[in-house]
Each structure stands twice: as structure tokens, then as C-alpha cells.
Design a protein. Structure first.
Length: 602
């Protein structure tokens, strides 16, 4: 953008007073109160019902002490109740902090304390997990029905503006502790207003498949509700089962779907026609395999296939590329900026570099976050004054991503400046995992890397034991799982007497040995039935192992929810009926085979 042309600034509106997200939803509720807003299985909620109940809950939140700018934790399953709570927090003037009850208590406690949460909204079935992690007040919805009914439906008169905080999402931190990114209302509105990457209509149906702790949910929830469209909750098991996902998309008439690249790759590998009924399919989050894109386009593709890119700090999406057969697909660009966004490729002196030259990607516009909660030093380091902006006070976010601009004017992703990695769409700082492993009493030092086998990445930890100590790899994984969310737990932990070093004395991460998962297990139990032999063959192929025993644990062998997609699909094709849910619950071939046999016997 060295010449100041709008090529790298996509249609930014000259608007100082951006409306708030709850105002956009309120407009739709007033214009079409009987239209269906949210569907979750048999449950539906109209715009009028959403407006009424969120107004009552907003008043209850204010009565509970929530004030403008307060952070309010929300720990609820996806569905109408979650949407109601998020909207109510906004109407009460607060910023919502989504919590995953599956996170370790220690991590939940850190987030609640770090965000200085004033109130936590939850249900009685989930309150026990978070109540012990905070001294905040609790608003337990199923215990407050009478109180809610007694509150007025008209929301409280709280003067919330576009520069007020809308939500806080925590991401992995290079310092060893997660950091909260503060997103303002104007950033959500800028993402939705005049959206060129996915132009939604009021007859669109948007699948809501991401947990609220993942910033894709920002689009999945607020984009349809701001457009007067319909949001359909698709449960996690369905999202990870290509056959069930294909059926759900057709059954609910879904027109718009967002997937991580890892899930996109696996679904296409199993069901390349899964997306034929869609108007828009958007995928992104990590480097994409060009062969999978070609496969998706070769058969029955969606009307529009969009490859997206965007850090949490720039409100979900920052760039997009409309994928077509004509691209060639040697690489898949991350494209051009979305509406209301500017991008800049700069050198280490923060000067623009010419096309074809690699530089660091900087992002500007109203979608840029306020910064990191209670981290002024880190905020100043990552959010810089924007010399290209026409309005005073705007900033650029320095992504740490290396890109280059093609002669055609699109951005191509090159890599990272630092060690940050993307695994299954989650941004992960290996330093945070290393510091956790180093807290184990048997460990002297730790190194964590993401090993890439084409379609899939695995986190692997390497530890150097303290003299005289022999840490058990399974115990080290359990230690990490008690302190980290599941997507950050290494697939394997490998004890080494020492780490390989480069000539300069640094750890040579490229020379770290591949983990030997399952192959040398002393407790190996061979398959005994036809179903067990089928599953053992599939597991070994998917997990890239020499052999798998029937008592080996899928997740301890390096499996995860994305690899489970392929396991379930191949097992069904071979006549063994298992599901993503049963794989997660049972985890061994012996247990899965027994359950499948029992189900077949009636």
C-alpha cells in the first residue's frame, strides 16, 4: 500500500460510530419477530423470543451487579440459551468471556481471575466445574426462571457504543500463560457490514459448529442474526462425521458452513461431495493441502468455496480468496482483505515491500482488537500506530506471519517469524506447553514441536529428565492434560537423554526423532475377531503405526478428533458401525468392537 491506493484496503466505511452487535440483532427482531433465529435439534427460537428473553436476562445481569465494561463469563452448551446469554451480556453493557467446561479447572481459574470476572452465567449441571475456580457471583439460569419472568423484556438503558468491549477470547501465550484478546463491538460490526467474502441474505441458513471459545463462532452466531437469517446448531459429533454432516446440511437446508482446514481436509478425503448443497463454504486456520481443494472442486462443489485467513486479534477473518478450478492449486492464496480491512506487507523497518518479496503481514481497520487484557506491554508490542489510516488513533496488528504479494495482487502465506503453530485450527505457542512439562518433578527441560505428515499435524513433546529420574511418557501426558486444554496436549511425550543441537548450540528441532507410538508396547494385545482386525488395520494406517493392539488407546497413540473422522468413515465402509461419539467415549479397539457387536445383535 505504498502508493496509498485502495487495492489493499477493502471498502472501508468512513464511520466513526459503529453500531453495537445487539443493536443489529434488535433491528431484525423488530422487523421480523416471528422469523426463526436459532435451531438446535427440536428446539427453535424466534427473533421475538430471543429479543424478549435476552432483554429480561440483561436486566437480571444489571441487578446482579454487572456494569458497563465488566467481563461476564458464560459457561453454557451451544444452543438458544447460549445465544440468549451472549446477547444479554452485550445489552447489559458487559463483555462476554466464553468458557469451555471441558478445560482443566486450573486453566478456567486462571482465565476467570485474569479477566476479573464479575458474574458467571451457567446452568446447575455445569456450575460445579467453574464454581470452585472463581469467587465471582453466579447466575444459574435454570434456578432463575421465576426471577427472569419477573424482569421487564425491555433491555436496560446502558449507553453502550461501538468502542465498548464486546467479548474476550483467550489464546495460547508465548510467555507460558494464555492471554485474553479484547474485541470491541465495532470490530464485529465491521466484519459483518457489507461482507464481501460471504454475502448473507435473510433466507440463508448458517451452521453453528464451533465452540464459543473459538473465534469462528463470532461469525457463525452474529452474521446470521445480524442478517435476519437462521442459525442452526450442529453438534460436535456430527461436525466430525462426514456422512452425518452431509445429511445434516441437507436436512436443515444449510447454505453456509465454516470449517477449519484440518476438518475440511479430512471430510473431503472421505466425502468429496459433502458440500454440494451449500451456497458458501469457508475454510481456513492453517496451511491447506492443494490436492484436497482440487478434490473438492472436481466433483460436486459448493457454489462458492472461500479460503480465509485471520488471527483472533483481527476479529475472525482478515483476508479471503474465492477458490476456483482456474487457480491451478499449486498453492492456495489467503487472498485480499475482507471488507473494512487493510493489509500491509512490511520489512523489518516497517516499510512496504514490492510484489514477490516476503515480508511480515500487518493488518489495519476497525476489525483490529483493542489489545490484550491487562497486558499493556504485549499490546504495545503487537499493536502499532497505523501510519496508513485516515482516522487518528487507529492501529496495525503485527501478525508474525510471513507473506508475499503475487503479481496478481493476492497474498500467499509463507510461514512464521516465531515458533507459533496452528494445529486443527487452534493457534498454539509451544512455549506454553514446554513450561507446563517442565513443571513435572522428573523433568529438567522440554521442547515441543508440531510434526507435519501432509494432511495432519501432531504436537510432540520431548523432555530431558533430571539426573536419576525416569519419567513415564503416559504420566507426562496426563500431567499436561490436567493443566492444558485437550488441543494443546501433545500426542506423545518422548524422554531423551539429551536434545540434538545445531552448531550454534541451539536445540535442533528438525533433528528430533519421530515418536514411536504403540510399536514397542509391552502390553500389546493382538486382534482376536474380524472386527478387531479391521479396526486395527485402519488405526495403524490412519495413525501411521506399524501395529496397533486392541487395548491401545486411540488418543494416547496420537489420535485426535480430526483423525477420528477418517477412522469412523473407513470403519463404516468396512462394515464396522462406530461413531465419533463412541470413539471418544470408548477409545480402544476392544471396547469399540464389543459395542458395535452388541448394537448389531440388537
Amino acid at each position: 500500500m505504498s502508493d496509498g491506493t485502495p487495492e489493499w484496503s477493502a471498502g472501508q466505511e468512513e464511520q466513526r460510530d459503529w453500531p453495537c452487535v445487539h443493536e443489529l440483532v434488535g433491528e431484525r427482531a423488530r422487523s421480523a419477530p416471528e422469523a426463526v433465529a436459532v435451531v438446535a435439534g427440536p428446539k427453535t427460537m424466534t427473533y421475538g423470543q430471543l429479543d424478549d428473553r435476552s432483554g429480561r436476562l440483561a436486566n437480571l445481569l444489571v441487578d446482579a451487579g454487572v456494569r458497563r465494561g465488566d467481563v461476564v463469563a458464560v459457561c453454557l452448551p451451544r444452543g438458544p440459551e447460549l445465544v440468549t446469554a451472549l446477547l444479554a451480556v452485550a445489552r447489559a453493557g458487559g463483555a462476554y468471556l466464553p468458557l469451555d467446561p471441558g478445560y482443566p479447572t486450573e486453566r478456567l481459574g486462571f482465565m476467570l481471575a485474569d479477566a476479573d470476572v464479575s458474574v458467571c452465567v451457567t446452568r446447575s449441571s455445569l456450575a460445579g466445574k467453574v464454581r470452585g475456580a472463581t469467587g465471582a457471583a453466579f447466575l444459574v439460569l435454570d434456578e432463575q426462571e421465576q426471577a427472569l419472568a419477573a424482569r421487564p423484556a425491555e433491555p436496560p438503558a446502558v449507553p453502550v457504543g461501538g468502542r465498548d468491549a464486546a467479548y474476550v477470547i483467550y489464546t495460547s501465550g508465548s510467555t507460558g500463560r494464555p492471554k485474553g484478546t479484547v474485541i470491541e463491538h465495532r470490530s464485529i460490526t465491521a466484519l459483518l457490514r457489507g461482507a464481501d467474502y460471504i454475502p448473507l441474505r435473510d433466507d440463508d441458513v448458517v451452521a453453528q459448529g464451533a465452540d464459543a471459545t473459538f473465534d469462528a463462532a463470532t461469525f457463525e452466531i452474529w452474521a446470521p442474526l445480524a442478517a435476519g437469517a437462521r442459525m442452526v446448531v450442529v453438534d460436535k459429533d456430527t461436525m466430525l462425521d462426514p456422512k452425518a454432516l452431509t445429511e445434516a446440511l441437507t436436512t436443515y437446508g444449510v447454505s453456509t458452513l465454516v470449517l477449519t482446514t484440518a476438518v475440511f481436509n479430512q471430510v473431503v478425503a472421505v466425502r468429496p461431495d459433502a458440500f454440494a448443497s451449500l451456497r458458501h463454504l469457508l475454510f481456513g486456520g492453517e496451511a491447506v493441502h492443494p490436492d484436497r481443494v482440487a478434490q473438492a472442486l472436481a466433483g460436486s462443489p459448493p457454489q462458492r468455496l472461500v479460503h480465509s485467513y485471520g488471527p483472533t486479534e483481527t476479529t475472525t477473518f482478515a483476508t479471503w480468496h474465492l477458490v476456483s478450478r482456474a487457480d491451478g492449486h499449486r498453492t492456495v492464496p489467503i487472498g485480499r482483505p475482507v471488507v473494512n480491512t487493510s493489509v500491509h506487507v512490511l520489512d523489518d523497518r516497517l516499510s512496504e515491500v514490492p510484489a514477490g518479496v516476503t515480508g511480515e503481514l500487518f493488518i489495519g481497520g476497525p476489525g483490529v482488537a483493542r489489545g490484550y487484557l491487562a497486558r499493556p506491554g504485549l499490546t504495545a508490542e503487537r499493536f502499532l500506530p497505523d501510519p496508513f489510516a485516515t482516522a487518528p488513533g487507529e492501529r496495525l496488528y503485527r501478525t508474525g506471519d510471513l507473506v508475499r504479494r503475487s503479481p496478481a495482487g493476492t497474498l500467499e502465506y509463507v510461514g512464521r517469524i516465531d515458533r507459533q503453530v496452528k494445529v486443527r485450527g487452534f493457534r498454539i505457542e509451544p512455549n506454553e506447553i514446554e513450561l507446563v512439562l517442565q513443571q513435572h518433578p522428573d523433568v529438567d527441560a522440554a521442547v515441543v514441536v508440531a510434526r507435519d505428515d501432509g494432511d495432519h499435524k501432531r504436537l510432540v513433546g520431548y523432555v530431558r529428565p533430571l539426573p536419576g529420574h525416569r519419567p513415564d511418557p503416559a504420566a507426562l501426558r496426563d500431567f499436561a492434560a490436567e493443566r492444558l486444554p485437550d488441543f494443546m496436549v501433545p500426542a506423545a511425550v518422548v524422554p531423551l537423554d539429551g536434545f540434538p543441537l545445531t552448531p550454534s548450540g541451539k536445540v535442533d528441532r528438525a533433528a528430533l526423532p519421530a515418536p514411536q507410538l504403540g510399536a514397542d508396547s509391552e502390553d500389546y494385545v493382538a486382534p482376536r475377531t474380524d472386527d478387531e482386525r479391521v479396526l486395527a488395520t485402519i488405526w495403524a494406517e490412519v495413525l501411521d503405526l506399524d501395529r496397533v493392539g486392541v487395548t491401545d488407546n486411540f488418543y494416547e497413540l496420537g489420535g485426535d478428533s480430526v483423525l477420528g473422522i477418517k477412522v469412523v468413515a473407513e470403519a463404516r465402509a468396512a462394515g464396522v458401525a462406530i461413531s465419533a461419539k463412541s470413539l471418544f467415549r470408548l477409545q480402544t479397539i476392544a471396547a469399540l468392537s464389543a459395542a458395535a457387536h452388541a448394537a448389531a445383535a440388537g
